[in-house]
Design a protein around this ligand. Structure first.
Ligand code: ATP
Ligand code: MP5
Length: 269
């Protein structure tokens, strides 16, 4: 039998504005030449100006989406994004335990760029206790890393400390993203690998408001590369190079925090 084309799964919320969430995941996975599949957990009414409303889906249809994929597809890597509340986090964990969809990237989405909550506060504990222990890699931004660890993150040493705590919670690999840092020239992310190695990934900080969906794009790229069989360090480095290119080669869409350019060409390829 011929081997199956690489397939990856996004378990996330829909952004009607097309810039973040499941839409960013689909565009990214497609651009990385991997077949994208989805389990939709919530729907947002959203644009580049903010989140106007959202609705979480019943767990029955979430279960059914997982079962449909398992019955037919050969998913080699998956990621989580917006999971809405504790009931859905627990439900997704149950499904991820039931089925083997390969390495798991956990993007612990909590608050949208405009400030709207995408995860109920009481779900943070469920993410810590149930989801993070399943993660091949967890990719929090600074506010998410603070919420998960209880630390106040003000400098590089704090980011490293947060990475170590997240690994102690059970995530094999950790990438603490510095997109929200105050540094005007550099966007620095701290990576801590399962084998104990750690390093910083740095890129120029681009002066733009069009950064809607950066975290989704990074984590979806890592997931796509893992689905192709890349090792974790290569997947992370490719993710950083891709998200940097999508910011640097920006496009103008909408009137607020605009989306990224998912067609961007990654120079080192
Ligand atoms: N202005 C920028 N210029 C260059 N890189 C950036 C910029 N903003 C964010 N990044 C990079 O984008 C990636 C995502 O980081 P960020 O901290 O923005 O994630 P996030 O807040 O989860 O994103 P989002 O919630 O918008 O999806 C990181 O690699 C970060 O360094
Ligand atoms: C459905 C969904 N998932 C994730 C995000 C995070 O992206 P951002 O922080 O850029 O708003 C979002 N806004 N909407």
């Amino acid at each position: 039998m011929t081997s199956q084309f690489p397939q990856a799964l996004s378990i996330a919320g829909s952004d009607s504005g097309g810039g973040a969430g499941m839409q960013a995941d689909l565009k990214t996975i497609q651009e990385r030449h991997v077949f994208a599949t989805t389990v939709l957990v919530a729907i947002t009414a959203q644009n580049t100006l903010g989140v106007q409303d959202f609705m979480a889906l019943p767990t029955k249809i979430i279960d059914e989406q997982f079962a449909s994929l398992d019955a037919d597809l050969a998913i080699k890597a998956c990621k989580t994004g917006m999971l809405a509340d504790s009931i859905r986090v627990h439900n997704v964990v149950e499904n991820l335990t039931r089925y083997d969809f390969g390495p798991l990237t956990v993007d612990p989405v909590m608050i949208a760029k405009g400030g709207a909550p995408l995860l109920a506060e009481d779900a943070i504990d469920t993410v810590k206790k149930e989801l993070i222990p399943l993660a091949t890699i967890v990719t929090p931004n600074l506010p998410e890393a603070e919420a998960l660890t209880g630390l106040t993150i003000e400098n590089d040493a704090d980011m490293q400390r947060a990475g170590q705590q997240l690994q102690a919670m059970g995530a094999k690999n950790v990438m603490v993203k510095g997109g929200h840092e105050a540094d005007p020239t550099t966007a620095s992310d701290f990576v801590l690998l399962e084998n104990g190695r750690s390093f910083w990934l740095r890129s120029p900080r681009f002066d733009t408001h069009n950064t809607h969906g950066t975290g989704d794009t990074l984590s979806a790229c890592i997931t796509a590369e893992l689905a192709k069989g890349s090792d974790i360090e290569t997947a992370i480095r490719t993710g950083k190079a891709y998200v940097s290119a999508t910011i640097a080669q920006g496009i103008k869409v909408g009137h607020g925090h605009g989306p990224l350019n998912h067609w961007a060409v990654v120079s080192e390829e």
